[in-house]
Structure formats: structure tokens, C-alpha cells
Design a protein around this ligand. Structure first.
Ligand SMILES: [Fe+2]
Length: 215
């Protein structure tokens, strides 16, 4: 039998979708956010304990930043991005994806975030404000753990098709937003920057999204 005697198609179902949004000129917004976040840390130095590691200096703000006028511009950007996401996936227009909780994390050198998921919501996101070189990539891992139990051998020195990856890492870039399913396990690598002082901090704002009735 010859190759042309049959058709051969690869179809991919049940994908894990990750959305990426990039602001071309984020400098002004990021400077404002940076100042507001440092102000918040000044007011609430202890913060709260979640995936951050407080013993290593990782600071996590409270979860209601979206209710403050200080973050209105970012909230507007997130709403625009999530409206596009809803449209892209054909979600009902009786509902909008909106922020339920929003917080900031500052990871100083040698700090990291443990692997975790975000229960109780549909989508979660992160927006990068400051990210010096080697400050820690975010890593998402294969949610279908059955795939991790027994893996095929792949050609050495050749990149696997994306559909066969068991992890994916994003380098944080200021002005970039990543929106991912809330159930997708993720962690942040240790901040190994060679910068010092405030410039060494990895600074992000993260948020959880749910569908709420459109007004
Ligand atoms: Fe997270």
C-alpha cells in the first residue's frame, strides 16, 4: 500500500488554551502601577500568604486591588481583553468575564511561588510590571496527568509538536498579560536576578475571572 492510498489527519481536541495580550507601550501604566504597589506594601507590609514564600521575602497583597481607583486603567485593559476572550470562545453575551479578585506579588531575589491552582473561578491571569533578566519564568504543567505516567520516546534534538508538550514556560515581559484556565497548575521559578535594590524585584498583578450577568 502506498502513502497516497489513504488520508492521514491529526486532530487536537480538549486543548489547554492560554491567551497572550501585549501592550506596545506599557511604560507609563507600569510606572503608575509600580508606585501604587510599593505604596500598598508600605501600608500592608505583612501582606497575606498564598503561593508566595514570606520567609524568602515574597510579598502578596490583599485580594481587592481591583476595587481601588489606583488600578482602574489596568482593570479597563483586563475587561477589554476578557471581552475579546469571551467573543473568541463564543461565550453567551448575557454574561461578561469580570474580575472577582485581584492582587499583586513582589518577588525579591531568591523568592519564588509554589505550584498551585486558583479554585472557584473560570479563568485567571497575570500582568507583568517589572521583570529583570532571570527573575523567574512561570511554568504551566500538563493537566492530564495520565499523560505523565508513560511517555513515548521522541526524536532527540528535535522539538516536539506543541500538542505533545508536558510543560510550557513563559518568560515575564513588562506589558504582557497571560490569561489561563484557573484549574491549570502553575508555579514561578526562583528569582535569580543579578540586579540589586528595587530593580531586582519581580512585580506582577494577578487576577481571577468569573462570568457575571451583563449590565
Ligand atoms: Fe497563580
Amino acid at each position: 500500500m502506498k502513502d497516497e492510498d489513504f488520508s492521514f489527519v491529526r486532530r487536537a481536541y480538549f486543548p489547554t488554551m492560554i491567551f497572550q495580550i501585549d501592550l506596545p507601550n506599557p511604560e507609563k501604566l507600569n510606572e503608575t502601577l509600580l508606585n501604587n504597589i510599593y505604596g500598598e506594601r508600605e501600608r500592608d507590609q505583612k501582606g497575606i500568604s498564598r503561593s508566595n514564600i514570606p520567609a524568602l521575602g515574597g510579598w502578596h497583597s490583599h485580594n481587592n486591588l481591583h476595587k481601588s481607583e489606583d488600578y482602574a486603567e489596568l482593570v479597563e485593559l483586563i475587561n477589554k481583553a476578557t471581552d475579546k476572550l469571551s467573543e473568541n470562545l463564543g461565550y453567551a453575551d448575557t454574561h461578561n468575564l469580570r474580575i472577582g479578585t485581584m492582587w499583586s506579588i513582589i518577588n525579591p531575589p531568591r523568592s519564588a511561588n509554589k505550584a498551585h491552582v486558583h479554585p472557584g473561578c473560570l479563568w485567571s491571569g497575570v500582568y507583568y510590571i517589572q521583570s529583570p533578566e532571570k527573575c523567574g519564568n512561570i511554568e504551566f504543567v500538563e493537566p492530564r496527568t495520565v499523560h505523565l505516567m508513560n511517555q513515548a520516546k521522541y526524536q532527540p534534538n528535535k522539538k516536539r509538536p506543541k500538542e505533545c508538550w508536558t510543560k510550557v514556560r513563559f518568560k515575564p515581559v513588562p506589558g504582557r498579560m497571560i490569561i489561563f484556565p484557573s484549574w491549570l497548575y502553575h508555579s514561578v521559578d526562583t528569582n535569580m536576578t543579578e540586579e540589586s535594590g528595587d530593580a531586582a524585584n519581580r512585580i506582577i498583578i494577578s487576577f481571577n475571572l468569573n462570568q457575571v450577568k451583563a449590565k
